[in-house]
Ligand binder design. Structure first.
Ligand code: NAP
Length: 206
């Protein structure tokens, strides 16, 4: 099996990489080359650094990766601002991290027969709350795009899976002052995500 984890330098991505260690060829994407190199050494994977919000970089990375059986888009960022204060940087940054990166992946990723790609959503009830408008809107854009992509890519034999996560204790929460109490450990989340990735459902809520 060839698996590509995008966002491998993040909390969920690292946990997925560790869970998949020794189970085939592991390709690891992220923006921070040193963190990526360290993880690649630890799990025996191949580092593929690049910024996926830049289409040329995304295309080059995905060409370098080649066809895969399993792809994880564990990419994103968090931030908080009320609608009356949200600035262009936050709005563009959020759409870029969640939606543009996913759109570039959907455009340029190549899959082996029966390939699957997993994207991460959030529970609307948790994120459509004061302060989280930009994050909630970016996740909504990602979900809508994915729904269309699923219909288009089905004829190529590619299955797209949306996994809605509860709070997971990862660095995503750092700008918000840390994860909430009761957040899932990344290892536990990764285990459940792998189960979902190999199952039949196209939408899974953990
Ligand atoms: N943690 C939660 O509670 C939670 C809940 C619901 C959904 N999710 C979703 O789950 C996914 C993984 O989240 P996480 O908690 O693991 O977040 P994280 O620890 O903050 O990791 C985010 C990852 O995204 C990468 N990234 C961000 N922008 C990128 C770009 N332009 N190009 C390439 N890589 C980029 C980061 O790379 P570098 O670090 O190398 O820059 C990092 O590897 C996200 O989509 C998140 O929205 C998380």
């Amino acid at each position: 099996m060839r698996a590509l984890i995008l966002g491998a330098t993040g909390g969920l991505g690292q946990a997925l990489a560790r869970a998949l260690k020794g189970q085939g060829e592991l390709l690891l994407g992220g923006r921070r080359p040193e963190a990526l190199r360290d993880l690649a050494q630890e799990v025996g994977g191949r580092p593929l650094p690049g910024d996926l919000s830049d289409e040329l970089e995304a295309k080059a990375l995905l060409e370098e990766a080649g066809p895969v059986d399993l792809l994880f888009h564990a990419v994103g960022m968090a931030g908080r601002a009320p609608v009356r204060e949200a600035g262009r940087d936050l709005l563009e940054g959020m759409l870029s991290a969640h939606f543009l990166t996913a759109a570039h992946v959907l455009k340029h990723a190549r899959f082996n027969q029966g390939g699957r790609a997993v994207f991460f959503g959030a529970y609307p009830a948790y994120v459509r709350v004061p302060g989280f408008g930009a994050y909630a809107a970016a996740k909504a854009a990602l979900e809508a795009y994915l729904e269309v992509a699923r219909k288009e890519l089905r004829k190529e034999g590619v299955r797209l899976v949306l996994v809605r996560l509860p709070a997971v204790a990862t660095p995503l929460w750092a700008p918000l002052g840390g994860p909430p109490r009761g957040a899932l450990a990344p290892e536990e989340a990764a285990r459940k995500v792998l189960e979902a990735a190999l199952g039949e459902a196209e939408e899974v809520a953990l």
